[in-house]
Ligand binder design. Sequence first.
Ligand SMILES: Cc1cc2nc3c(=O)[nH]c(=O)nc-3n(C[C@H](O)[C@H](O)[C@H](O)COP(=O)(O)OP(=O)(O)OC[C@H]3O[C@@H](n4cnc5c(N)ncnc54)[C@H](O)[C@@H]3O)c2cc1C
Length: 465
Amino acid sequence: MASFPSNVQSRVVTDEDVKRTYAADAGPAPRDPSRAVGSDYTVVRARDVADVVAVLEHAEATGTPVVPQGARTSRVGGARATQGCIVLNVEGLDAIETIDPLEGIAVVGPGVVNADLKAAAAEAGLFYGPDPASTATCTLGGNVATNAGGLCCLKYGVTADWVTALDVVLPGGETMRTGHRTAKGVTGYDLTGLVVGSEGTLGVVTRIVTRLLPAPDPALTALATFASLDAALRGVVALRLDRHRPSLLEILDRASVAAVQAFGDYGFPADCDAVLLVQSDRPGHAAEDVARYGELLTGSGALEVAVAEDRQEAELLLQGRRVLSTAIESLGARIAEDVCVPVGRLADYVRGAAEVSTRWRVPIPVSGHAGDGNLHPSIVYAHGDDDARQRAWRAFDELMRLGLSLGGTVAGEHGIGSVKRRWLVEEVGRGEVERQRAVKAVFDPSGIMNPEAVFGTARRPTPSD
Ligand SMILES: Cc1cc2nc3c(=O)[nH]c(=O)nc-3n(C[C@H](O)[C@H](O)[C@H](O)COP(=O)(O)OP(=O)(O)OC[C@H]3O[C@@H](n4cnc5c(N)ncnc54)[C@H](O)[C@@H]3O)c2cc1C
């Protein structure tokens, strides 16, 4: 690979140990271990937009693949190094440029951490909605690239519902400006919407304009326990049909609750088959909402409904939900799933997942954003047990197929990355994939932008993709 211009050369990571920390993300290890990346990749930590432009000029001129990277919390191998690539990390572009209460927007760099934008907005009496469970670490650039969802989508939608304009550096170094800073705007095609969710396959997002709303009330939290998952899912349906939808509605099954409590005491009950966490933040009516949700859940068969007495207790319960992922990882290696099904088919999905778990003899704790029909079953197996690893991947395939058979999608919020390419084709069809590839070629004719993600190389995906 030709050397970088001198301003970028100083951004290249030379320490091999440090470099390695940028090679992987939070997705599962490659299904085919022979595809694990060696050391043939370069890591550049950009400090400003000029660095990004210089890298994309260089990459286009040399035909070098580029993997844009934020905080590496991708669950689908979208941000990991690939053979011969430049990993272009943009966490350093972390300025909150503007919080504008009159226009109701924020202008931020892609490296701003989700929780930091929320905090800055809150200081101005405003609110940024998208709330991935990884809020404390994931970046806005990553959120835009994956169209991230999270715990509050039921009421506040996903990242695409908030982002109004972007700066995107394209291969070759040109900067494309999309969208509007105004409350409305319909000039031409919605290229902002195209880039949101494109997983780094079109260009590198370097500036984000996003809506902010007036801050809601502090959320009140109720926790309901159930003797069966079926009863809990009846509760989910009842809450979805309520006139004032919850701002959060999460489920944890018995194994997930046990994993959280083994990790630390987050106030979850010891003995039940499922827990629902539900919140309201409706200004002036949160207490009334949570009381009504409690009645609906009792009517659906809840054993007990407890309302958090104060904000501290409410936050503790939410912390328990947020550490769930780390708690499950302490059980072994894990493939985190992300199927989203119509809410009315959730019970079928959960029953099917239990059958898959039995058939392939791998534990599959179930949890996730029940209010959206978006669950994250986690297929767990012992580190180093190759037989269990292979069974886990077979279980993964069956969960994908099950989700599709119920009218769902294989990717509710994590994206396709390098892990689900085969399943993209299964879901949308080859013709649609070819149309999407053609759109990519308009922005990235040389095919250098994150080529292993979403579509992969031009060859037909195999079962080991
Ligand atoms: C514990 C845990 C909980 C999670 N919970 C949720 C959840 O509730 N909801 C949810 O939606 N996701 C969740 N995720 C997944 C992950 O946090 C999101 O996908 C997040 O948006 C990724 O942000 P990141 O900064 O880590 O990006 P990375 O992982 O670094 O990158 C993700 C993708 O975005 C691309 N990318 C990153 N930055 C840019 C940029 N500036 N320009 C162009 N492309 C870019 C990368 O190439 C890659 O394809 C969770 C992950 C973990 C580990």
